[in-house]
Design a protein around this ligand. Structure first.
Ligand SMILES: [Ca+2]
Length: 271
């Protein structure tokens, strides 16, 4: 049985600012009123630690998720002043994440962004076409974008195998998603409890292993796909301790929305 997920800062995304001023004034006095300040952020990618007492991802329940890996790519932040501007990919990936341990492969990617307000974060759960998986990745991720293993309350094991790419959109409102000048730490956390409906899982007359994928256990699978889009949220780790306390968790910067996965490309099967 898994215990409360530790939030381990293994995926650090450094967001350093670009300046928007004219830099040709060599020799001029150091007037810099229009220079956007620099924002530097590390991002932890992990599972949301469940405290509700319900769901598959809490120690108090007999059932549980024992393994949960995803492959992220094409992470992008969209500035609020032009929320249609999606030209910039901040991190291409693929980044392989063990959500239960917070382990990420490969090492830390870097990117540059100015401080300011952003309207959304987007990324894909897929292996980029022709991209090689990082060393140490589970072989299952050669063909899957999400791979989960767990067991029901009666001990019957299940395997969730997502071989389709999924476009994830986290929308922000009221300027919550702000990159502050200087260093900060953010947490991208998936609510694993929402991925599989326990009542559907428990109702399957099977002694396992139960396979949930595009062709097996269709109802569970389709529910998973929707919840996958809704389950991630981006938080600010205000005190930088690598964990979300109740106050931090109560104020997400952006949350997943059930947006049709058609605008970032990548419909269809994995390469
Ligand atoms: Ca914290």
């Amino acid at each position: 049985m898994r215990h409360r997920v530790l939030l381990v800062p293994t995926l650090a995304i450094v967001i350093a600012g670009a300046h928007g001023c004219d830099s040709t004034h060599i020799g001029n006095p150091p007037e810099q009123p229009d220079i956007n300040p620099l924002a530097t952020a590390s991002i932890i990618v992990t599972a949301l630690a469940a405290e509700s007492g319900q769901g598959l991802h809490v120690p108090t329940r007999e059932a549980g998720i024992d393994t949960a890996w995803v492959v992220l790519s094409d992470i992008q932040l969209t500035p609020a002043d032009d929320c249609t501007d999606e030209a910039q990919i901040d991190i291409e990936g693929p980044i392989v994440v063990d959500l239960l341990s917070g382990t990420t492969l490969p090492s830390v990617p870097m990117l540059s962004r100015p401080a300011g307000v952003y309207c959304r974060m987007k990324f894909k759960l897929q292996r980029k076409p022709n991209a090689t998986l990082p060393v140490g990745s589970p072989p299952e991720l050669e063909t899957l974008s999400v791979w989960v293993e767990g067991h029901r309350s009666d001990g019957v094991p299940f395997v969730l195998e997502e071989d389709k790419p999924n476009n994830i959109v986290l929308d922000s409102d009221e300027g919550r998603l702000e990159l502050l000048e200087g260093e900060q730490q953010l947490v991208l956390a998936f609510d694993l409890d929402a991925w599989l409906a326990p009542e559907l899982l428990d109702a399957i007359p099977d002694d396992g292993p139960i396979h949930i994928n595009a062709t097996e256990q269709r109802e569970l699978y389709l529910g998973f796909q929707k919840q996958l889009r809704l389950s991630p949220s981006l938080f600010r780790d205000g005190n930088g301790d690598g964990r979300l306390d109740a106050t931090e968790e109560a104020s997400p910067l952006a949350i997943g929305v059930d947006e049709a996965p058609s605008d970032v490309g990548g419909r269809g099967s994995q390469p």
